[in-house]
Ligand binder design. Structure first.
Ligand code: ZN
Length: 238
């Protein structure tokens, strides 16, 4: 089910959702040990220990259930076996609901294995993420949002073309499109720091233009290189 990051609630934890958004930040992929294999130096048995935290956990004992000698951690030593251990590639990214809106809600997402390296944070690149909502465990993710998305699938997403077909291009539509450019030009002369989508809305409301329509046109104008968005989310004409 498609969800908006802003609407995520505690009841969504554990749910499989789809989030369409831009990528705000991409961290360097890291290798994590998932199931560590150790050799007991007393009996030579290979003992597996699941790893969940950041520190490597050695077995508490040479587990009898795994065919070991039963000696405790204190009375034997364990040697990590790299080849027998299972590793996992992970990558932390940050998804943003919209690259148009300022202060758009974000969520941390974790990519694993074959999904690692599949997204870029280039401006305006959008993706459809499928995954499960989890509760953030580390401080880094809860700082921004208490939830994170455990990504199971990711695919590039392109904004549907604004629904303006040739037949529907009337002088008034051309006029509206032109007036947005004009308004942006005019406002950006008045405001050196750039103008926000809200400023544009305010000016166009008087002309009775729908917000949806304005948003589509802005995407359209950005794609055509008529206007550009600055880092801080404001817009300028080219
Ligand atoms: Zn042992």
């Amino acid at each position: 089910m498609e969800v908006n990051i802003y609407n995520l609630r505690g009841s969504d934890v554990g749910r499989t959702v789809t989030i369409t958004g831009g990528v705000k930040k991409v961290e360097v992929p890291i290798l994590k040990i998932q199931n560590a294999a150790f050799k007991c130096i007393r009996c030579g048995s290979i003992i597996k220990e699941l790893q969940e935290g950041k520190k490597l956990c050695t077995p508490f004992a040479c587990y009898k259930e795994q065919g070991g000698c039963g000696k405790s951690q204190a009375s034997t030593k364990f040697q990590l076996l790299e080849k027998e251990s299972k590793f996992i590639d992970t990558q932390k990214i940050e998804i943003e609901q919209s690259s148009i809106e300022i202060h758009s809600p974000r969520i941390i997402a974790i990519l694993t294995n074959e999904l690692v390296g599949n997204v870029s944070s280039e401006t305006e690149s959008m993706y459809k993420f499928e995954g499960v909502i989890r509760v953030g465990k580390d401080k880094a993710s809860s700082r921004i949002f208490p939830f994170y998305l455990e990504v199971t699938n990711v695919a590039p997403f392109s904004m549907p073309e604004p629904t303006i077909d040739i037949d529907s291009i009337t002088p008034s539509l051309i006029h509206k499109r032109q007036s947005i450019i004009e308004i942006i030009k005019k406002l950006s002369h008045e405001h050196a720091e750039g103008i926000t989508i809200e400023d544009i809305m305010t000016h166009l409301k008087q002309q009775g233009v729908e917000r949806d329509y304005i948003e589509k046109l802005i995407v359209n104008l950005k794609r055509d290189g008529k206007i550009y968005e600055r880092k801080n989310g404001t817009m300028s004409s080219c």
